[in-house]
Design a protein around this ligand. Sequence first.
Ligand SMILES: Cc1ncc(COP(=O)(O)O)c(C=O)c1O
Length: 335
Amino acid sequence: MSRDPIDAVRARIAALKRHSLVSLPTPLERAERLGQSLRIDLLIKRDDLMGLGAGGNKLRKLEFIVGKALDEGYDTLLTTGGIQSNHARQTAAAAARQGLACELHLRGRSPDNLTGNVLLSSILGAELHYHEDADYAEIDRRMAARAEILSTQGRRALVIPLGGGTAEGTVGYVLAVAEIMRQISDGGAPDLFVVAGGTGSTAAGLSLGTQLFSPGTSVLAVSASWKKDVLSGEIARHRRAAAELLGIEDKAAVWVDDSFVGPGYSQVSEAGRTALLTLARSDGILLDTTYTAKAMSGLIALVRAGRIAPDAKVVFWHTGGTPELFTRTTYELAI
Ligand SMILES: Cc1ncc(COP(=O)(O)O)c(C=O)c1O
């Protein structure tokens, strides 16, 4: 008799090294007032409320990445991101929790004054390196060279890719779907998950997760940066890698929309600014301007345009990022 395919996947996941960093499940809350005004059932999955290092989506990935690092005897974590990288800050927090050293190789100029995420990364004890003149491919090369140098000093450094996008990391969001389905088992499956898309591995994990645990739920990734074809390609790449790790066929599809990036990555968009103020003032929930406010602006616009059906049950994945708000000015937010 063949085994239940879900059991087989669960066995594969159970065999992965994982180190608990977060108290799960994260809360699932109904945004009553914004939901009512949009005429949808709007739930918010509060992955911003994890208890380690100000929380956020990367911690679900880092549970697997750190698990592997500890199992394989690494003593140092190296990773990259922008100056205000949430992933870098969460990596610094995970390293601190485990007593690992952490180097962050940030893309951009050394700031005169540390604020927001980079301030928190410094508080969390990470060593900060700035690369003003390099793209991410070059920073990857520099991190590999740095890991080599550290190895000559008797250290073992694990280089974590941009956004924590390893196959194991993506599995963190496959499991997040199983988690949310347990939370809403009384009320019926959501029609749609909405998530901000950066490197695409969170959306990839969510879409593989729906394939396994909630096949009727679609996934919308609202790009915070990349054009649709680039983000779609990266989501597909992350999905394939995680599907292979789990021994399943990749049948998932993601709806990608790149029309809400506004003036550019990490720059405030007018629609994002409005979405941020709207949710804050209707339901008391804060978003960040780089990722989640843009994703929320996409959700609001697509409901208004009739692309998301009235009465739909929609889960907005709050992936965190709010430390970045403390770098913003009243001028930028026009308040
Ligand atoms: C707050 C926040 N939301 C969403 C994302 C996007 O996640 P991913 O890179 O997995 O697409 C990121 C990171 O890039 C983030 O920091």
